[in-house]
Write a protein that binds this ligand. Sequence first.
Ligand code: GTP
Ligand code: MG
Length: 434
Amino acid sequence: MSSTIAAVATPPGRGGIGIVRLSGRTSHDVASRLAHQKFEPRRATLASFLEEDGTPIDTGLVLWFQAPRSYTGEDVIELHGHGSPVVMEMLLNRVCELGARLANPGEFTERAFLNGRLDLAQAEAVADLIQSSSEEGSRAAQRSLRGEFSDAVRGVGELLLRIRVHVEAALDFPEEEIDFLAEPALTATVEEAILRLHEVIRKSNSGSLLVSGVRIAIGGSPNVGKSSLLNRLVGHDRAIVTPAAGTTRDVVEGQFFIRGMPVTVADTAGLRETKDPIEVLGMDRAHAAFRDADCILWLTDDRQTDALPPLARPLIHVRNKCDLSGNPPGRLEDGSVRTCALTGLGLERLQEAIAKKAGLVSGDAVFAGRPRHLTCLRAAAKEVRAGLDQLGLGNGDLAAESFRLAQEQLGRIVGETTSDDLLGEIFSTFCIGK
Ligand SMILES: Nc1nc2c(ncn2[C@@H]2O[C@H](COP(=O)(O)OP(=O)(O)OP(=O)(O)O)[C@@H](O)[C@H]2O)c(=O)[nH]1
Ligand SMILES: [Mg+2]
């Protein structure tokens, strides 16, 4: 962390303003040699950015965030120039001549984490906030960035610490150990920890769906209305629809949102026995799309009773063309949904079924969790339950070990116990300049 890093912080392309950001001990020195003047902390100063021979590169504002009151906790300089990719490139080259080096992806945020400005879950929320594509997803990431997710995780961690203190104390008094371990207050605290863990899991699962979304594929026999359904879901004529069976050959993808959750949907070729080589290739692609999907919408014609295929994916049975069968649209007892893709009837119910299959809960303050967080949370919940069982059996040692392991899992989420490999993996997925 001794070097001063630099990157363009604004998106590639043209805009009113483009920003080159520097972080590190020599940031201010680089900026003053770039502009032949000194700067004051936290004051916007107009300056000319110059090449070594004095040729102007651009004129813009300089902001200096003096360590430790900055995003990274180090001296940070922002050079606000005109938002041209060429100007940004020239500025970046110049600050590198003056001793800065190009930043790696996520390196600013990594430094913020290593300097204790953010915990690991908050650092990940920065990337999630940038990636989010809906208002709900952005709010979930903001909550995590503000530390609400980390606080919830730490809250459970503190409960576990109290439990461990109690159990360890019992171990010190072997004669009374069993009585100590059987105290109702202790059991109640463990049960509370389990409840709170499940609450955090539920909320972070929903939050992660809001950021990363789900993939669904539409499958079924030819002519049942798959492409019509795709067009209805995405809200425009994405795929070709004709009365002829075998219209769709290639996989056609579209995107839509369910309560802020991005959904990528793939329409596929209808499956049937055929010798037509193009259709056969289309069906291969359909199977590949099924494998990639988190959930498959299996369409049938509501006038027929077709068996459902044995696909190794969560499946929602959609009975389409209910206008022709004369049955009312909506959700059925068996979990299937009746629709009319021609008019859109039953589609709201179908969207609800998709959200439910994905595990999206609504109406409460969810956090942007990540698969990594969910793995740790679930492992922690498992350990706490194992600890509770061991308490019941009077095995203080084993219970104490389970609670310790659970606490360690929670520590991984916020970055109290993390390996360099994990950090490398997390920050390498960031965009450069963040
Ligand atoms: N009445 C009625 N017709 C529908 C409905 N959905 C689709 N259709 C019609 O059924 C025909 C086939 O629709 P598509 O959406 O192309 O069906 P598909 O499943 O994509 O067909 P393939 O691509 O050939 O596998 C078209 O004429 C649609 O207008 C519906 O709910 N009711
Ligand atoms: Mg089609």
